[in-house]
Write a protein that binds this ligand. Structure first.
Ligand SMILES: NC(=O)C1=CN([C@@H]2O[C@H](COP(=O)(O)OP(=O)(O)OC[C@H]3O[C@@H](n4cnc5c(N)ncnc54)[C@H](OP(=O)(O)O)[C@@H]3O)[C@@H](O)[C@H]2O)C=CC1
Ligand SMILES: CC(=O)C(=O)O
Ligand SMILES: [Mg+2]
Length: 635
C-alpha cells in the first residue's frame, strides 16, 4: 500500500496506543480506506482509521525517521504521479484484498462466509465457498495439465507465493508426484533458468558488496523467529556446476522440504544465497542473469564475508538456529564445516546428510546381500563432499561395530576421482579431505580398471558426471557379485551415473539399485523392478526437526548414525522384496518423526540438548511439533 502525504512527525494518535506482542489492532473503517492490523512491536506500525484522515503511529524508531504519511488512501496514483517521491509503506494486513494477497494467510475460495464478513472480503471473492480438499483436487488437476516439468515447477512456485498452506497441503499429500518438481531433477533446470523465470524474490540475497551490512540485511527479513537457514553460494549446484546467484532455487527447494517432509513452520525457515560472483561465463553473459556480474571473490574476501555472515546469524537468531550449508564447492565446504562446527549449529547436507542416507540404504541392502558392513568392499566414483562424507560415515560405523581403529576401517573403502584411484603415491598432491583414503595400491586411472582391481561389492557414484557407470562397469560388477549394490547418486537425472533401466538390464536384473534423482519402475524380462531414491531429502528434514525439538546446540557424528539407523529401520520386508532399500516417500512425515526422535535422543544422551526436561515419548512429541498445512480458522 502506498500512503502519500507529508512527513509524519509528532502527530497525535487517534484511538490507538502502542501495541504489545500478539495484540491486534481493531480499527473502524471508512469504506475506501486501507486498514492495517499489526501484531509485532519490533516491526510495527499502528494504524488507526476513522471516517476522517488516517493516522499512523510508527512504533519502530528506525521507521519513524523515514516515514511519510498520512492520508485516507483513496487517491489513485496516476501516471503523472510516477515521478513523485512516495514511501512504499507496508504493514501486516489482516483484512480485505491485502489478506487475499498475503500467501501465509490467504485461503482463496475457502474463506467462510463469517470470515469474509469479519475481514472485509465480501464482494472480493465469488460467492462460492469451497473446502481445502477441493482446492487440492483442483490445483492438482491444473498442475497435471502441464507436460513440461518446468511449467509444473513454475505453477508450484506461483502457488507458494499465493497460498502457502495450499502449497504445502499439495506437497504433503502428493509427495511422490511433486518431489521431482520442487526438488531434483526439476529444481536443477529451474536454477539454470532462474534469471529468465524469475518473478518474485524468494529468500535473502547477500552479496559481497553488502560486506559490513549483513546484520542489517537479516533484519530486513520479515520473520524474526528463524529456526533453519539453508545457505548456498551457488558454486556447486547439484551436478550442474557454478550457477552463482541462481542457486537460490536450492535453498528454497530444500526449505520447502523442511516444512513438507519435516514439519518445520515455513515462517521459521530462511533461504539465503551468498553472491560472491560466478565463474560461469555463460551466466555472466546472460542478460537475464540475476546476480553480481563478476568473477568469484578471492579467498580472503570470501572468508571475511562468510565470517561476518556466521556471526550475524548467531547474533540475530541465537545459538540454536540450524545453518545448513548446501551446494558449496568442496574447496570451501569442508573448511566451513570444520571452522564453524565448534561454535555454531552447522550441518553440511552434501557431506553429512548424504552420508546418513547412503549408510541407511547400505544397512537395508545388507539384508538382501548378506554379511556385515565390514564384510563388504566399497568403491566410489567421485571423491568430493558426497563421496568422502559417505566413506567416512561407513568407516565410522565399521569401526564402531568391529572395534577396529578408524584408520583400519577406512581401508574397506576406495575412491576414484578425476585422476583415477586415490592411492598412496598421490598423497602429496591430494586435497586434505582425500588424504585419509590414499591406500597402498598401484596407480589405476579409470573406473573400469579400478572395479577390476578392487572388486567392490558396493559401487557408489558421486562424481556429478552422467553415464560414467558404463555397460562394462556394471557387467564387471555383476560378474563376481550375485547382487551388486549400485548407487548412482549424482543429480539431477542428466548427471546420474547410469539409469535404473541400464543398471537392471546390464546386471540382468541382479543389481540392487538406487539413485539420487528418481527413476520410474523398469520392466526387465517380464519382471517389474522398483528402485529407491538415495537422496539426503530422507534425512535433513527429520534431522533438523530432531535438533529443534531437543534444542540441540551442536551436531555430532553419532546423531548422523542415529538418523541413518532410524531411516533403515523404516524399511520393511515387503520393501526389500521389491528391491527397495528405502521406504516410500509417501510415509515421509512419519519417517521424519522417527528420525527426529532418534536424533533428539542422541542429543540428550550426549548432553547437547538444551530443551529440558526430555519429553517421555520423543516420536509423539516430534509429531506434535509438526506444522500442519490445514487452514486455520480466523476469528
Ligand atoms: N543423492 C544425494 O543425496 C546427493 C547427491 N549429490 C550429487 O553428487 C554429485 C557430486 O557432489 P559433490 O560430492 O558435492 O561434488 P564434488 O565436486 O565435491 O566432488 C565431485 C568428485 O567427482 C570427481 N569427478 C568429477 N568428474 C569425474 C570423472 N569424470 N571421473 C571421476 N571422478 C570425477 C571429482 O574429482 P576431482 O576431485 O579430481 O575434481 C570429485 O572428487 C553431484 O552430482 C551432486 O548432485 C551430492 C549430495 C547429495
Ligand atoms: C541432493 C543434493 O543435496 C545434491 O545433489 O546436492
Ligand atoms: Mg546438495
Amino acid at each position: 500500500m502506498f500512503i502519500k502525504g507529508t512527513t509524519f512527525k509528532n502527530k497525535s494518535l487517534m484511538g490507538v496506543s502502542t501495541m504489545t506482542q500478539s495484540q491486534s489492532l481493531k480499527v473502524s473503517i471508512h469504506p475506501h480506506t486501507v486498514v492495517a492490523m499489526m501484531h509485532r512491536p519490533e516491526t510495527s506500525v499502528g494504524v488507526s482509521v476513522d471516517n476522517g484522515p488516517m493516522v499512523v503511529e510508527v512504533v519502530d524508531p528506525k521507521l519513524k525517521e523515514h516515514c511519510t504519511v498520512v492520508d485516507s488512501g483513496f487517491d489513485d496514483v496516476y501516471a503523472e504521479d510516477a515521478e513523485e517521491i512516495v514511501t512504499p509503506f507496508s504493514v501486516s494486513i489482516a483484512s480485505g484484498c491485502s489478506l487475499l494477497r498475503n500467501p501465509r494467510h490467504n485461503k482463496g475460495l475457502a474463506f467462510t462466509e463469517k470470515e469474509r464478513d469479519a475481514h472485509y472480503m465480501r464482494g472480493l471473492l465469488p460467492p462460492v465457498v469451497i473446502k481445502q480438499e477441493l482446492q487440492v483436487k483442483k490445483t492438482m488437476n491444473d498442475i497435471r495439465q502441464y507436460d513440461v516439468p518446468l511449467h509444473k515447477y513454475k505453477a508450484m512456485m506461483e502457488l507458494q507465493e499465493r497460498n502457502e498452506r495450499l502449497f504445502y497441503k499439495l506437497l504433503v499429500e502428493n509427495v511422490e508426484e511433486l518431489l521431482p518438481i520442487v526438488y531434483t531433477p526439476t529444481v536443477g533446470e529451474a536454477c539454470q533458468k532462474y534469471g529468465s523465470i524469475f518473478k518474485r524474490s524468494q529468500g535473502l540475497f547477500i552479496s559481497i558488496e553488502d560486506k559490513g551490512r549483513i546484520l542489517e540485511i537479516l533484519n530486513n527479513w520479515p520473520e524474526k523467529n528463524i529456526q533453519v537457514i539453508v545457505v548456498t553460494d551457488g558454486e556447486r549446484i547439484l551436478g550442474l556446476g557454478d550457477l552463482g546467484c541462481q542457486g537460490m532455487g536450492i535453498p528454497v527447494g530444500k526449505l520447502s522440504l523442511y516444512t513438507a517432509l519435516g514439519g518445520i513452520r515455513p515462517s521459521a525457515c530462511l533461504p539465503i544465497t551468498i553472491d560472491v560472483g560466478t565463474n560461469n561465463d555463460k551466466l555472466l553473459n546472460d542478460e537475464f542473469y540475476i546476480g553480481l556480474r563478476q568473477k568469484r571473490a578471492n579467498t580472503q574476501e570470501y572468508a571475511e564475508l562468510m565470517n561476518e555472515f556466521m556471526s550475524a546469524v548467531k547474533q540475530n537468531y541465537g545459538e540454536k538456529v540450524i545453518i545448513q550449508f548446501e551446494d558449496f564447492a568442496n574447496h570451501n565446504a569442508f573448511d566451513l564445516l570444520a571452522k564453524y562446527s565448534p561454535t555454531h549449529l552447522v550441518f553440511n547436507d552434501d557431506i553429512q546428510g548424504t552420508a546418513a542416507v547412503v549408510l541407511a540404504g547400505l544397512i537395508s541392502a545388507l539384508k538382501l546381500v548378506g554379511g556385515s558392513l565390514a564384510d563388504h568392499r566399497f568403491l566410489f566414483l567421485g571423491a568430493g563432499e558426497a563421496g568422502t562424507g559417505i566413506a567416512e560415515l561407513i568407516a565410522l560405523e565399521i569401526s564402531k561395530q568391529t572395534h577396529v581403529p578408524l584408520e583400519e576401517a577406512r581401508k574397506k573403502v576406495w575412491l576414484v576421482d578425476s585422476k583415477g584411484l586415490i592411492v598412496k603415491s598421490r598423497l602429496n598432491s591430494l586435497q586434505q579431505f582425500k588424504k585419509p583414503w590414499a591406500h597402498e595400491h598401484q596407480p589405476v586411472t579409470d573406473l573400469l580398471d579400478a572395479v577390476k582391481a578392487i572388486r567392490p561389492t558396493v559401487l557408489v557414484g558421486s562424481s556429478g558426471v552422467g553415464q560414467t557407470f558404463t555397460k562394462e562397469v556394471v557387467e564387471t560388477m555383476s560378474s563376481y557379485n550375485k547382487k551388486p549394490v549400485i548407487l548412482a547418486l549424482s543429480n539431477p537425472t542428466s548427471q546420474s551415473e547410469c539409469t535404473a533401466e541400464q543398471a537392471y538390464t546390464w546386471s540382468q536384473g541382479c543389481a540392487i539399485f538406487a539413485s539420487g534423482s528418481p527413476f520410474g519402475p523398469v520392466e526387465y524380462n517380464g519382471k517389474i523392478y522398483m528402485s529407491g531414491q538415495s537422496n539426503n531429502a530422507y534425512i535433513f528434514p527429520g534431522f533438523g526437526l530432531g535438533l529443534i525439538i531437543s534444542g540441540a546446540t551442536r551436531v555430532h557424528d553419532d546423531m548422523l548414525l542415529a538418523a541413518s539407523k532410524a531411516l533403515a529401520a523404516q524399511v520393511t520386508q515387503e520393501h526389500l522384496e521389491k528391491g527397495l532399500i528405502y521406504p516410500p516417500f509417501a510415509n515421509i512425515r512419519k519417517i521424519s518423526a522417527c528420525i527426529a526422535a532418534k536424533v533428539a535422543a542422541k542429543a540428550y544422551e550426549l548432553d547437547l540438548a538444551s530443551r529440558l526436561p526430555q519429553p517421555e515419548n520423543l516420536v509423539a512429541y516430534a509429531e506434535s511439533r509438526m506444522y500442519s498445512p490445514n487452514y486455520q480458522i480466523y476469528r
